[in-house]
Each structure stands twice: as structure tokens, then as C-alpha cells.
Design a protein around this ligand. Structure first.
Ligand SMILES: Nc1nc2c(ncn2[C@@H]2O[C@H](COP(=O)(O)OP(=O)(O)OP(=O)(O)O)[C@@H](O)[C@H]2O)c(=O)[nH]1
Ligand SMILES: [Mg+2]
Length: 345
């Protein structure tokens, strides 16, 4: 699954309505004077974070959003109505960038947040505004001001609760496929995963979202392999599950390589809670298992968990450990933190 996470959109706020030129005309009233009303303001363009959306897919089909023009002013001092607004509904976590796709305009992190991207043009003054002592019958009114137009980028970071990290072939995608309904591509060559995959895992009747991302290799922060930009997808997760393959000659070294890349990436990734697990454990005999676990434990400074996505061993225990951290973190901080991301570049 390729997760659509950005869309280019053209927006335009409404023009202001024109002011009106009109004179009071009533029976028995001479020289009634000007009574042209003002034009209404043009509609605004808003973005609003709403519940229930997970993608920006709608913006692939509709890329133009125009608010309505304000209604023109009318005689008898009637002001025109404001033009209708446009409200673009996006999932929480959407960021809005200028046309260069670099300059952040706004970050919508919580459901219910709203931001006015473009205000409608002001309505023009009707001729009653131009009445002076020397000009009692002005024939002049203003047109409305034009609306603003711009091209913007909407970008959504996948907001997952837990992120899978590890070297290529560590079994990340296999784990995701085992515990969620996601169907990521799985194969025994490096960089099988090129785009992040999301899945919803369930344990003890509770749910959380797991993100599977490409593998990290030494030098990824300098662009080796496919680089490390995709780490942006797990920046906002609450916990990392670090998988180290039991097939690694030296699991401790494999662990440290990935940790080194997380540190080089920055953005607080290396400070996140981490659960370390020796994966593909079904491939080991008891002796090798002991040795590899010891190597990983030394490197990680914590007792690693053991799992096999193929045999199912240890999988539930890992899910329980993950959900415990996720729930604790949700209680402390219901909305994922905002962070400036290198991924934005
Ligand atoms: N025996 C065994 N094989 C596994 C297990 N998990 C994954 N594999 C195999 O290991 C290989 C790599 O698995 P993937 O899930 O694609 O690994 P990945 O970490 O997602 O790899 P990248 O996407 O390249 O980073 C595949 O051939 C899997 O079938 C496991 O628990 N036991
Ligand atoms: Mg994969």
C-alpha cells in the first residue's frame, strides 16, 4: 500500500461584493440622497482537522477550492451578504505548506483545530459613504476587493502509535502482516519495503496503529541505501519496536548500527521508549538463541524480547508491552507532539 501523504491544492477566497450606487426615491420626498449599500465580504478559505479521516485522498480528486463572492450592495442601504466560506476538511496531523513545499504555513495537530488560509476580499463601499457637504449626490461606489489566491501543499504524516525499526530483512513487514490486516510486501532481499505501511493491531480488546517502514543501514543518514527520510513517519510514534534478526551473525552490532542511525537522524527518535526484540527466533536452536540473546542484551542494556512472526512465538507478549507504553503515553499526552521534521525537506 502506498500511503498518499501529500496533495497540491489551489485555493481562492471570494471577492468582495461591489458597493451600490442608489438614491432614495419616495413619493413626496425630494432630494432623498444616496442610499447605496456596501458589498458583502467574500468567503474565506479554511482548513479544519476533523475526526474520521486518515488520508488526503479526497484532495487527489478535487484540487481547486474557491470561496464565493460577496453579494453586491443594494439600494435602501442594504449591505450584501458575505460570500460562503469553503472549509477543507483534513485529518489531524496535516501540515500546510506554501507552494515551495518547504515553508510551513500551519500545522493542524488536533481534531477541531481550524485555520484561515485566505480571507475573503472586503466588500466595496456604497455611494452613501461618499456623501459630503459639497457632494450630496455621489455617483460613486467602490468595487469589492479581490480575494486571495494561492497554491498550497497539504501533507500528512502517518500518525502511528508504534514504529517498527531495524535493518533490512529483520522481519518488520512480516511482523506487521502477522498482527494486523495490512498486507505489506515481504521478501528475502533488502529494501523490500519502500513506502511505509500502516496497520491496526488488537490486543486485549485494545487497538493501536503500527507503522512499518523501510530498513535502516549504516550510513543511512548520509543517504546510503534509500536514506533515512522515511523516519519522519515514525517521529510522532509513542514507542519503537526495534527488531533484530536472529539470523544476524552479531545481533549486538546490528542493534547498535540502527541505534546509531536513529541518533544521527535526531528529532527525538533515540529518546523514544524502545522495545527490543530478537525476531525470526524460530530459526535458532536453543544454544544459538542463548548466545544471540546475550549479545543483544549487552548491546541494548535491557532484556530483549523474543519473537517469531512465523511461529507466533512471543508475538502477543510484544503487543502487550507495546500497548502498555502506548496507553500510558496516551494518558500523559493525548495528542502526538508537534515536531519540526527533516522529512519535510
Ligand atoms: N523463519 C522466519 N522467517 C521470517 C520471519 N520473519 C520474516 N521472515 C523472512 O525474512 C525475510 C524478510 O522479511 P521482511 O518482513 O520482508 O523483512 P523487513 O524487515 O520488512 O525487510 P525490509 O522491508 O527489506 O526492510 C522474508 O523472507 C521473510 O519471509 C520469521 O519470524 N521467521
Ligand atoms: Mg519490509
Amino acid at each position: 500500500m502506498k500511503f498518499l501523504d501529500q496533495a497540491k491544492v489551489f485555493i481562492r477566497s471570494g471577492d468582495g461584493g461591489a458597493g451600490s450606487v442608489s438614491f432614495r426615491r419616495e413619493k413626496f420626498i425630494e432630494f432623498g440622497g444616496p442610499d447605496g449599500g456596501d458589498g458583502g465580504r467574500g468567503g474565506d478559505v479554511w482548513v479544519e482537522a476533523v475526526d474520521g479521516l486518515n488520508t488526503l485522498i479526497d484532495y487527489r480528486y478535487q484540487q481547486h477550492f474557491r470561496a464565493k463572492t460577496g453579494v453586491h450592495g443594494m439600494g435602501r442601504n442594504r449591505t450584501g451578504a458575505k460570500g460562503a466560506d469553503v472549509i477543507m476538511k483534513v485529518p489531524a496531523g496535516t501540515q500546510i505548506f506554501e507552494e515551495d513545499n518547504e515553508t510551513l504555513i500551519h500545522d493542524l495537530t488536533e481534531v477541531g483545530q481550524r485555520y484561515r488560509l485566505a480571507a475573503g476580499g472586503n466588500g466595496g463601499f456604497g455611494n452613501q459613504h461618499f456623501k459630503t457637504s459639497t457632494n450630496q449626490a455621489p455617483r460613486r461606489a467602490n468595487p469589492g476587493l479581490p480575494g486571495m489566491e494561492m497554491t498550497i501543499w497539504l501533507r500528512l504524516k502517518l500518525i502511528a502509535d508504534a514504529g517498527l525499526v531495524g535493518l533490512p530483512n529483520a522481519g518488520k513487514s512480516t511482523f506487521l502482516a502477522a498482527v494486523t490486516a495490512a498486507k505489506p510486501k515481504i521478501a528475502d532481499y533488502p529494501f523490500t519495503t519502500l513506502h511505509p505501511n500502516l496497520g491496526v493491531a488488537r490486543v486485549d480488546a485494545r487497538e493501536f496503529v503500527i507503522a512499518d517502514i523501510p530498513g535502516l543501514i549504516e550510513g543511512a543518514h548520509e543517504g546510503v541505501g534509500i536514506g533515512d527520510r522515511f523516519l519522519g513517519h515514525v517521529e510522532r510514534t509513542r514507542v519503537l519496536l526495534h527488531l533484530v534478526s536472529a539470523l544476524e551473525e552479531n545481533p549486538g552490532k546490528a542493534y547498535k548500527t540502527v541505534r546509531g542511525e536513529l541518533e544521527a537522524y535526531g528529532q527525538g527518535l533515540s529518546d523514544k521508549p524502545e522495545i527490543v526484540a530478537l525476531s525470526q527466533a524460530d530459526t535458532l536452536d536453543p544454544d544459538a538463541r542463548k548466545k544471540k540473546l546475550a549479545s543483544l542484551k549487552r548491546a541494548a542494556g535491557q532484556q530483549p524480547m523474543v519473537l517469531s512472526a512465523v511461529s507466533g512465538e512471543g508475538v502477543e507478549a510484544v503487543l502487550r508491552s507495546l500497548i502498555a507504553i502506548v496507553e500510558q503515553s496516551r494518558a500523559e499526552r493525548p495528542v502526538s507532539v508537534k515536531s519540526e521534521s527533516r522529512w519535510q525537506k
